[in-house]
Design a protein. Structure first.
Lengths: 126, 107
């Protein structure tokens, strides 16, 4: 079955950096786009970033553009989120999520998040 | 950005009831609308994609409808385990993907 396991969260000071990882298993990782979504304490879901199956396409929320970088290593079935210049408002649980559509599929919608990890908490505080 | 507006923000219902949650997009998104369920302390779970397609393993008491800008999630024969927050999400535009603010359902 599909498994997504995030790691790398923790407490960091404002202006600091952190790198999140998401280890994927149970599906052909290199066939699917991947997302990061975050949820601030007590708040709703906020999409953060997307990367295409081969890493060639990347999209970001305006709130993180220029500070966060999404990447992937298909040889290791791992997704990453490099975060720099962290702010208090970046405090959240960060989820990685799999895009439902495989690049092999001839039809179907992209950007449907069909499996999610358990999340990793990032706290930005002095 | 495409804004997603959900209503109500919260509701209370009883076991066996039927409830409807509404999601409105700020522009037409065709059928590019998905619904997620999030239970307290857990990750979100995909319920319905492309407006009305039931994700594998999701009970048939969940259904979705709509098109363009107005969409609904309907849950019939409510069960205690349906207590959760429900989010809609548009997948029409990647820049950016947007979620509704959520509807908290108390059983």
């Amino acid at each position: 079955q599909v498994q997504l396991v995030e790691s790398g969260g923790g407490v960091v000071q404002p202006g600091g950096s952190l790198r999140l990882s998401c280890a994927a298993s149970g599906f052909t990782f290199s066939n699917h786009g991947m997302h990061w979504v975050r949820q601030a304490p007590g708040k709703g879901l906020e999409w953060v970033a997307f990367i295409g199956h081969d890493g060639s396409n990347k999209y970001y929320a305006d709130s993180v553009k220029g500070r966060f970088t999404i990447s992937r290593d298909n040889s290791k079935n791992t997704l990453f989120l490099q975060m720099i210049s962290l702010r208090a408002e970046d405090t959240a649980v960060y989820y990685c999520a799999k895009d439902r559509r495989s690049y092999h599929d001839s039809s179907g919608h992209y950007y449907v998040l069909d499996h999610w990890g358990q999340g990793t908490l990032v706290t930005v505080s002095s | 950005d495409i804004q997603m507006t959900q209503s109500p923000s919260s509701l209370s219902a009883s076991v066996g009831d039927r409830v409807t949650i509404t999601c409105r997009a700020s522009q037409s998104i065709s059928s590019y609308l998905n619904w997620y369920q999030q239970k307290a302390g857990k990750a979100p779970k995909l319920l319905i994609y492309a407006t009305s397609s039931l994700q594998s393993g999701v009970p048939s008491r969940f259904s979705g409808s709509g098109s363009g800008t107005d969409f609904t999630l309907t849950i019939t024969s409510l069960q205690p385990e349906d207590s959760a927050t429900y989010y809609c999400q548009q997948s029409y535009s990647i820049s950016p993907i947007t979620f509704g603010h959520g509807t908290r359902l108390e059983i």
